[in-house]
Design a protein around this ligand. Structure first.
Ligand code: EPZ
Length: 416
C-alpha cells in the first residue's frame, strides 16, 4: 500500500490550479442515468471515488469512457437495477443511483451504505422522501428493495439540511407526475450545480439557491452536457496548506464566494487574503492566531474542511475550540495528530486544541479522506519526516496531491 513521506519545514510558494469538484461529479454521473443517450461531463479529476462510481454505472449497463478529464457516458442500454454491497459499502455516494433507477425503470435493488469512518451515515431522509413520492420500499438482507409504477410529486420537508437527500429528491421529482415542493433543501454549491445541470437538461425547477424548491415534473430530459464546478474543498485544503507552512500561494481556477467562511477564519488567524473572479491569494501570518470553528451547513464553515483547519490550529498561538455539528464523530485525525506532538483533547463533538510551538514527525495512519488531508498538512510543518500510510483514503478525493504540493515547494514523495 502506498505511503507518503513528508519532510516538514518548507514554506509553500507559487500558484496551484483547482480540479473539478468530486461532490458535484458523483451526483452528475447519477443524473445521467435519468436519460437515454450520450452524456458528457467535463473538468473531471481522476479520483478513486469517480472510478468507483464509473464501475457502478457499468454494472447498471452504462458505457463509461474517461479521456482528457472528461467522462463520456452512454446510458442507452442500462438495465441492471442493482448497486451491490461491495461498492456501496466503500462509497456512500453510490446511493445516488437509487432515484434515477426508480425514475427510469420503476425498480432498484441497492445495498444499504452501512457506517463509515466519520460516523453512522443514515439514509432515512432519502427513503422517507421516496416513500412520500409513491415508492414501495422493503429492507431485506441489508438491501433496499424499491419499486414504483410512476413517481408522484409530493411535499417534502427535511427536518435537517441534507445534501444527499436534497439531490435524491431532485432526481426523483424532475420527471415525476405533478409538483414536488422541497422545504429546507440544502444550498451547498454542489446542490446548486445539480439544479443548474437539471435545468439545462429541461427540468422545471424554481427556487434555486433558496431552501424552498418547486419542481414540476416533465416528460423527458436531454442527456447531460456539463463542465463541473471547481472543488471548494480542494481549494480550501491548499489555502490551509499555505497557512500552516507560513507560505504565499495563489489558488487559481476556484470559486472564491464558495470559500468565504474559510477566508473569514484564515483572516481571523492573521493571514492576508485577496481574491478575484477565479482566484484567491493567501499570504500566511508569521504567527497563526487560534480561532474557534463551528461546522454548519453552507454557507457556514464546511465539515469537509474541519480536519484540515484543526491541523492548522495545532500550531496556532493560544487555545481554539472546534465544534463538529454535521458528523459528530469526525475526529479520527485527532489521535494521529497527537502522535505528532499536538495537544488536542476531545469532549463529545468538540475538540479543544492548545497550540504548540512545533509538531514533530512520526509514522501516522489515514482513516478517512479529510483526516488524511489533515495529516499531510501537519506533516508539512512537523520537524523531520512524517510517514503517512493508507494513502488510498487521500486518493479518493485528491488527484496526486503530492505532485501539486511538490510544485509549491513541499518535500513530499509517494513510496509504493
Ligand atoms: C455530502 O455527504 C458530502 N458527500 C460529504 O462530503 C459532506 O461532508 C456532506 O455532504 C455535508 O456537507 C458527497 O457529496 C458525496 P448530508 P451527504 O446528507 O450527502 C444526516 C467528503 O469528504 N443525514 O448533507 O451524505 C447525516 O448523518 C464527504 O467529500 C441523516 O440523518 O451528507 C449528517 O449528520 C464526506 N439522514 C447530516 O444529515 C439522511 O438520510 C448531513 O449529511 C441523510 C443525512
Amino acid at each position: 500500500m502506498d505511503k507518503l513521506l513528508i519532510s516538514g519545514g518548507n514554506s509553500l510558494k507559487g500558484e496551484i490550479s483547482i480540479a473539478g469538484a468530486k461532490n458535484a461529479v458523483l451526483p452528475a454521473m447519477a443524473v445521467a442515468l435519468l436519460t437515454e443517450g450520450d452524456s458528457e461531463i467535463r473538468n473531471v479529476p481522476l479520483l478513486n471515488d469517480i472510478k468507483m462510481m464509473s464501475h457502478l454505472l457499468r454494472i447498471i449497463g452504462t458505457k463509461v469512457d474517461y479521456r482528457d478529464n472528461t467522462l463520456y457516458l452512454d446510458t442507452k442500454h442500462c438495465s441492471f437495477c442493482e448497486a451491490p454491497y461491495e461498492l456501496v459499502s466503500k462509497m456512500r455516494a453510490s446511493i445516488y443511483v437509487l432515484s434515477p433507477l426508480l425514475a427510469r425503470f420503476g425498480r432498484a435493488h441497492v445495498s444499504l451504505p452501512g457506517g463509515c469512518a466519520i460516523g453512522a451515515r443514515p439514509i432515512d431522509l432519502h427513503l422517507k422522501s421516496l416513500q412520500k413520492m409513491g415508492v414501495e420500499i422493503k429492507i431485506e438482507n441489508g438491501y433496499i428493495n424499491a419499486q414504483v409504477d410512476k413517481l408522484k410529486g409530493a411535499d417534502i420537508f427535511f427536518d435537517k439540511s441534507s445534501v444527499g437527500a436534497t439531490i435524491t429528491v431532485l432526481m426523483a421529482a424532475v420527471t415525476a407526475e405533478g409538483i414536488t415542493n422541497i422545504i429546507n433543501a440544502a444550498i451547498e454549491p454542489e446542490v446548486i450545480y445539480i439544479i443548474e445541470l437539471l435545468q439545462a437538461m429541461g427540468a422545471n425547477i424554481t427556487g434555486k439557491s433558496t431552501t424552498e424548491l418547486v419542481v414540476k415534473g416533465v416528460k423527458k430530459l436531454k442527456p447531460v452536457d456539463t463542465e463541473v464546478i471547481a472543488d471548494r474543498i480542494e481549494a480550501g485544503t491548499f489555502m490551509i496548506a499555505a497557512a500552516i507552512t507560513r507560505g504565499d500561494v495563489k489558488v487559481i481556477n476556484c470559486i472564491p464566494h464558495h470559500l468565504f467562511s474559510l477566508m473569514e477564519k484564515l483572516q481571523e488567524a492573521g493571514c492576508q487574503l485577496e481574491y478575484g473572479p477565479d482566484w484567491i491569494h493567501i499570504i500566511a501570518a508569521k504567527k497563526i492566531r487560534s480561532v474557534n470553528i463551528t461546522t454548519k451547513p453552507y454557507p457556514g464553515f464546511p465539515t469537509d474542511l474541519q480536519a484540515q483547519f484543526l491541523a492548522l490550529m495545532t500550531v496556532a498561538e493560544g487555545t481554539s475550540i472546534i465544534e463538529e455539528n454535521i458528523f459528530p464523530e469526525r475526529f479520527h485525525h485527532v489521535p494521529e495528530l497527537n502522535r505528532l506532538d499536538a495537544s488536542i483533547e476531545l469532549d463529545d463533538h468538540r475538540a479543544i486544541i492548545k497550540g504548540v510551538k512545533e509538531l514533530s514527525s512520526a509514522p501516522v495512519m489515514a482513516t478517512d479522506l479529510r483526516a488524511s488531508a489533515a495529516l499531510v498538512l501537519a506533516g508539512l510543518t512537523a520537524k523531520g519526516t512524517t510517514t503517512l500510510s493508507r494513502v488510498y483514503h487521500l486518493d479518493r478525493g485528491y488527484e496526486k496531491m503530492e505532485n501539486k504540493l511538490q510544485k509549491l515547494g513541499a518535500d513530499i514523495v509517494r513510496s509504493h
